[in-house]
Design a protein around this ligand. Structure first.
Ligand code: SN0
Length: 316
């Protein structure tokens, strides 16, 4: 495997999940694999889990890690070909990607959707730009439209916690004061299409995700109905795809409450974090025994470690 851009880069999901669970049992068993190799992490946006779990994964593999916060410390990059660069942007991605490639063996990038221009976000100019001009493998640490490391950790988590072979899984939209990307939801939806589960998405009218991603996945506009008998409730806010970047302030009724969780089949509660307490979900749900958010975040390390291991092995 060269790049890990989306979950389409996973060749055999069942094997990957098994392998990640093996890594979790003995995270230091491949400590020699990455010795004298450098992972470069470029962040255009904030991070807690992604930064530390990816760094931890690299350390478990014996790699060195260098990190750069591009948003406030890097030159602002130009992405268009042939631009006369007499405006704000200082450096072209062509040079930036090639130069960084000389310092690292693997590059991982976070570049969120700007939520201003849908075509621009969905063209993935930042991460795809790096993939085009870098001469080393590139890993997506949340691009404009996807978060495949999160989705892999989610698949590992569901595998660990499921009580039957075909669990009922619900992706529920929830309210949020800010416009958030569709990336986490998109990758989760793509992942759930690869997993044996009864999967349904629930959100208010107008918050449909891109149909090229949701494909045949059923959408239930009645949240309470969707929650009935669910084994997993995966919660995420996203801003509108159709009315691109729009937020809804009128949907407090979509907040996840203890009452709503009662109609489920004693469902596990999942969220990628960070989560706005008592806006997205009530404290009592987040702090309940059914909430598996911390263990879900723990699996980010093993998802990242598996991806790094696959790339290191294929580069040998
Ligand atoms: C990001 C998102 O894509 O929704 C990252 C999730 C892993 N989340 C946020 O930006 C939340 C920011 C906030 O202020 O709550």
């Amino acid at each position: 495997m060269k790049n890990y851009f989306s979950i389409q880069d996973i060749d055999s999901l069942d094997k990957w999940i098994d392998e990640a669970i093996e890594i979790k049992k003995a995270p230091l068993s491949d400590k020699a694999l990455g010795v004298n190799k450098t992972l470069g992490l470029l962040f255009f946006n904030p991070s807690l889990r992604t930064r530390l779990s990816t760094q931890k994964a690299a350390l478990n593999l014996g790699m060195n890690v260098i990190v750069m916060n591009f948003s406030n410390e890097g030159w602002s990059l130009e992405y268009e070909d042939g631009t006369v660069m007499n405006q704000g942007n200082s450096e072209h991605i062509k040079e930036a990607a090639q130069v960084v490639s000389q310092y690292c063996d693997i590059l991982a990038i976070r570049a969120f959707a700007k939520l201003e221009d849908r075509d621009e976000d969905y063209s993935e100019k930042v991460v795809k730009g790096f993939m085009k001009y870098a001469t080393i493998p590139v890993i997506n640490m949340e691009s404009a439209t996807g978060h495949p490391l999160q989705a892999l950790a989610d698949a590992i988590t569901i595998t660990e916690y499921k009580m039957n072979d075909k669990p009922n899984v619900v992706l529920s939209w929830a309210p949020h004061p800010k416009a958030l990307p569709q990336a986490v939801a998109n990758s989760f939806v793509e992942m759930m299409q690869q997993i044996d589960a009864n999967f349904v998405i629930t959100h208010p009218v107008g918050f449909e995700l891109a149909s090229q991603i949701t494909k045949q996945v059923p959408i239930e506009y009645n949240q309470n109905k969707a929650f009935k008998n669910a084994d997993f409730i995966y919660v995420k806010n996203w801003s509108s795809y159709t009315d691109y970047g729009k937020v809804s302030s009128l949907e407090d009724s979509w907040k996840i409450t203890e009452e709503k969780m009662k109609v489920t089949n004693n469902a596990k509660f999942m969220h990628c974090l960070p989560v706005r307490r008592n806006v997205v979900v009530d404290d009592v749900v987040l702090d309940s025994a059914n909430s598996i958010i911390v263990e879900q975040a723990n699996n980010r390390t093993f998802a990242a470690q598996l991806v790094l291991k696959k790339i290191l092995k294929s580069e040998q």
